[in-house]
Design a protein around this ligand. Structure first.
Ligand SMILES: NC(=O)c1ccc[n+]([C@@H]2O[C@H](COP(=O)([O-])OP(=O)(O)OC[C@H]3O[C@@H](n4cnc5c(N)ncnc54)[C@H](O)[C@@H]3O)[C@@H](O)[C@H]2O)c1
Length: 429
């Protein structure tokens, strides 16, 4: 990427690899002479004063400052490949559909041709709010129009889980790229069929495991893979959310293991680069309404990996203190922790004798994973435009489904479940 001249000028010295000489780093004689002797004696640090910062090598932004990296990209106005936006359709504008709409409506890489939802009385408000004059709004019954429109290159599916397989199948049959919310289908066989169809169609079916695009989790993964803690002995993920889904949602969600634990299972396997050979799980339903559905809202999962690593996942749908999402990786060289992220993380108050107080953590997934949701869509657009290979492969999604099914079986039957893997199932390096 070419950087902008103005920014180049700011980083004076850096690009030229200019060495700062020892002499230049010393305070100039002129300054020392101009300060009376008795004052300069008290100015104990004056001797460390270097040349003007304009003459020094400027620090580079850390690669963890993704917002600055984005700014540099926007500022440089440079791009690779096509500038044409991807003509798309969005299915479902409920909770996660709204998260995705906010990313699509403001994205110059997207031309949002259609929005489809079963609830049509919100269409006028959506159109007005997002200024979508050129987007057509359709009911679920009219969705064929989207599939038959040759302009539509890609669809984003954010509808209830029970509808995914049908929409994916129809989209692929008409040669569209598909971004689908997890899980891909309600059954393993259904998901396998979807991926087979994608292969036949020569299109990508992308499963939205958004945590793989979370900057903090990416950082932990890179450091685990770089061996910072050595061979991982234990890995723990805590995943609690404040936002209890509606009972209607839970009825078609495929159960907590497939609806929510899949995120943690995928994240742990992605960080470790291996799949478990033995799992166990226990679940409880603290909410009677969830117990009535035969589902769980509180879950513990243990995983044993072929390398000996042990994993632990804790899930709760009842977190009154906000979205509580943490990861800890422990090995012989030390420990990596991803603590809770919070808005306005710099604010700390010490009022009276209350002790230190911090701003609460993010409330729920739309805010905690905001960056991840944006990044996964950018990645999908890169795939559609031929600029990237999918970061999440079909066999990885199927492996996660297999593990979640084994965990669910363990919770129901109260026993360990062993898993075997063929070479074709294994995660990428
Ligand atoms: N990745 C994540 O973090 C995350 C978070 C929440 C939900 N999800 C997944 O997203 C999916 C949707 O969850 P949600 O919480 O947004 O549900 P929701 O009930 O809030 O929204 C679903 C929307 O789809 C619409 N709809 C139903 N059938 C449709 C059809 N055939 N065609 C078009 N629209 C239809 C509904 O009217 C509703 O507006 C689920 O599969 C869930 O597992 C993922």
């Amino acid at each position: 990427m070419k950087s902008d001249k103005r920014l180049d000028d700011e980083r004076i010295g850096e690009e030229e690899g200019r060495e700062i000489s020892h002499a230049a780093a010393m305070p100039s004689l002129e300054i020392s002479r101009s300060v009376p002797h008795h004052d300069s004696c008290r100015m104990a640090t004056l001797k460390f004063k270097g040349p003007s910062p304009y003459q020094q090598k400027r620090p580079k932004p850390s690669d963890t400052d993704l917002e600055y990296a984005k700014f540099l990209k926007d500022f440089s106005l440079q791009f690779e490949g096509t500038t044409e936006p991807v003509p798309m359709a969005l299915f479902g504008v409920g909770r996660i559909g709204t998260v995705h709409l906010s990313g699509l409506a403001r994205n110059p890489r997207v031309e949002l041709l259609y929005i489809v939802d079963e609830v049509c009385d919100k269409f006028d408000d959506i159109k007005r709010y997002w200024k979508l004059e050129n987007t057509q709004f359709l009911s679920g019954k009219e969705s064929d129009k989207v599939f038959k429109d040759p302009r539509v290159q890609a669809v984003l599916i954010a509808t209830p889980t029970s509808t995914h397989q049908d929409l994916i199948t129809r989209a692929l049959a008409h040669g569209k790229y598909v971004f689908s919310e997890k899980p891909i289908a309600e059954s393993k066989e259904g998901a396998i069929n979807c991926y087979k169809q994608a292969k036949q169609a020569g299109k990508v079916l992308f499963s939205a495991f958004n945590r793989r695009f979370d900057p903090a989790f990416c950082n932990i993964k890179q450091r685990v893979r770089a061996g910072e803690v050595g061979h991982v002995h234990t890995i723990k993920a805590c995943s609690r959310d404040v936002q209890l889904p509606s009972i209607e949602y839970l009825r078609t969600s495929s159960g907590a293991f497939h609806d929510t634990a899949v995120h943690d299972i995928d994240m742990i396997c992605w960080m470790l680069g291996e799949y478990p050979i033995r799992v166990s799980a226990q679940g409880s339903a603290m909410a009677p309404e969830i117990a009535e559905l035969g589902d769980y809202d509180t879950i513990f999962i243990t995983l044993k990996f072929p390398s000996g690593t042990l994993g632990l996942i804790e899930i709760s749908r009842h977190s009154s203190h906000g979205n509580d999402q943490r990861v800890e990786v422990f090995g012989p060289k030390g420990m990596l922790i991803c603590a809770n992220e919070r808005p306005m993380s710099g604010i700390e108050s010490h009022i009276g004798s209350e002790g230190a107080n911090y701003i609460p953590t993010y409330y729920s997934f739309p805010s905690r994973y905001r960056h991840a949701y944006l990044a996964e869509k950018e990645h999908f657009l890169d795939i559609v435009q031929g600029k990237a290979k999918p970061a999440i492969m079909g066999h990885e999604t199927l492996a996660v489904t297999k593990i979640a099914t084994a965990c669910e079986q363990s919770a129901k039957e109260g026993k360990f479940v062993d898993l075997t893997w063929g070479p074709e199932d294994l995660p990428p390096e």
